[in-house]
Design a binder for this molecule. Structure first.
Ligand SMILES: [Zn+2]
Length: 394
């Protein structure tokens, strides 16, 4: 989840909004406005809508507090946090490192729900102190805002404690299983399976209540279940990727089929001699044996066709300074992280200024696919570096 609108940074963490957040914000403002209008008939329209808008903004602040709690605890325990993005279904903290021990995982995961519960009960207590009684609708704007924020935050805190991985509760559950089994991969698999069961119950319950006349709420529950199911499956698959590539170095899996192009060649000549004949999609540009950049079909396409004759490869390529590169002895998992974090599909592998090869997401996924096609689930695969010695990988 990448943010579309950057709001600023807190403690070195980028705070951003995904476009989908506006849909939920508008939905909150309208449903709240409608609610306030019906229960407080003496309020003016201006009062109704400013209260609704103000509540939505404060809701956003409390969501951010939830995510910040995860992130700040993660930072305090030595993990790097890149960004927090708020989107339609809440927020995500982009924590770059995986927790290395069960205790860290536990505290990072539970910090968010604790923050929501504290905020929620705090708001309700404040409303009560200001004269609101639980048996009645809040009468003033301030207590109305506090009560709504109180209920929604308590709800949010409790919902996130459901043990459906990758919800916070699922992570807490995973940390506990991890502490007991002392096996990180196994605990993720167990938590992901439990998460799938929980997600399935959400879908079932949502559909059941929809057909019993619950309408939108039923569908919404089923939709959340579907989202959780997807996320649980993805985390299960991620464990397989991590387990397969743990300890494997980039040099063991990189491909060498990146053709070398001279930087002074015209684009027309490049297209005629390389692109149309090799069918490859990626080309390394060299200058006297030094790797200076990459040129892809997309870069060529960005130059109008009638200028190909007069444009050199060097002018159209992406220079080395603008590329993310990796060294041959780096871990494959770090390469995957780098690609995912920057939304790129390939990394040039460079040592001493010379291109050694290319590592790409699609190539890595093909390797994984080949392994799982050849061997039944749960079998022990030979590590990649041993396969290389036998000459299986190029
Ligand atoms: Zn959370």
């Amino acid at each position: 989840m990448r943010s579309n609108i950057k709001l600023g940074t807190i403690h070195g963490i980028e705070i951003g909004l995904h476009y989908s957040w506006f849909i939920i914000a508008a939905l909150i403002v309208f449903s709240l406005g409608e609610h306030f209008r019906q229960v407080n008939r003496n309020w003016s329209p201006v009062e109704v809508w400013t209260t609704a808008l103000f509540t939505a903004v404060l809701f956003f602040v409390t969501l951010l507090a939830h995510e910040l709690s995860h992130s700040l605890v993660a930072q305090a325990r030595g993990l790097k946090v890149k960004a927090i993005t708020l989107f339609a279904l809440g927020g995500v903290s982009q924590i770059e490192d995986e927790a290395t021990d069960a205790k860290t995982e536990f505290w990072v995961a539970i910090a968010g729900p604790i923050a929501s519960l504290i905020i929620g009960f705090g708001c309700v207590a404040l409303a009560a102190a200001l004269g609101w009684h639980p048996s009645a609708e809040p009468r003033t704007g301030v207590t109305a805002v506090l009560v709504w924020l109180g209920y929604i935050n308590v709800g949010l805190g409790l919902f996130n404690l459901i043990p459906g991985f990758p919800l916070d509760g699922g992570r807490v559950f995973r940390a506990i299983v991890w502490a007991i089994t002392k096996n990180a991969d196994r605990s993720t698999r167990i938590a992901a399976r439990v998460g799938q069961v929980v997600a399935f119950l959400f879908i079932l319950g949502g559909l059941w209540s929809f057909f019993r006349g619950a309408g939108f709420n039923g569908l919404w529950t089923a939709f959340i279940g579907w989202f959780l199911m997807d996320a649980a499956q993805a985390s299960y698959a991620q464990v397989d990727v991590a387990a397969a590539f743990r300890g494997v170095r980039v040099s063991d899996v990189m491909s060498h089929d990146c053709a070398i192009v001279n930087r002074d060649m015209s684009l027309q000549e490049f297209v005629n001699t390389y692109v149309l004949r090799s069918g490859e999609r990626c080309f390394a540009v060299e200058d006297h044996g030094r790797f200076v950049g990459l040129i892809t079909l997309r870069d060529v396409g960005a130059v109008p066709r009638d200028r190909w004759e007069r444009t050199t490869v060097r002018e159209a390529m992406r220079p080395l300074e603008e590329l993310h590169v990796i060294t041959p002895d780096a871990q494959v998992l770090d390469a995957l992280k780098l690609m995912a974090g920057n939304d790129i599909n390939q990394l040039p592998v460079v040592a001493n200024g010379a291109l050694q090869g290319i590592v790409s997401r699609s190539h890595l996924m093909q390797l994984l696919q080949a392994r799982s096609d050849l061997q039944p689930a749960g079998a022990h695969y030979p590590p990649f570096h041993r396969m290389k010695q036998r000459g299986v990988t190029p």
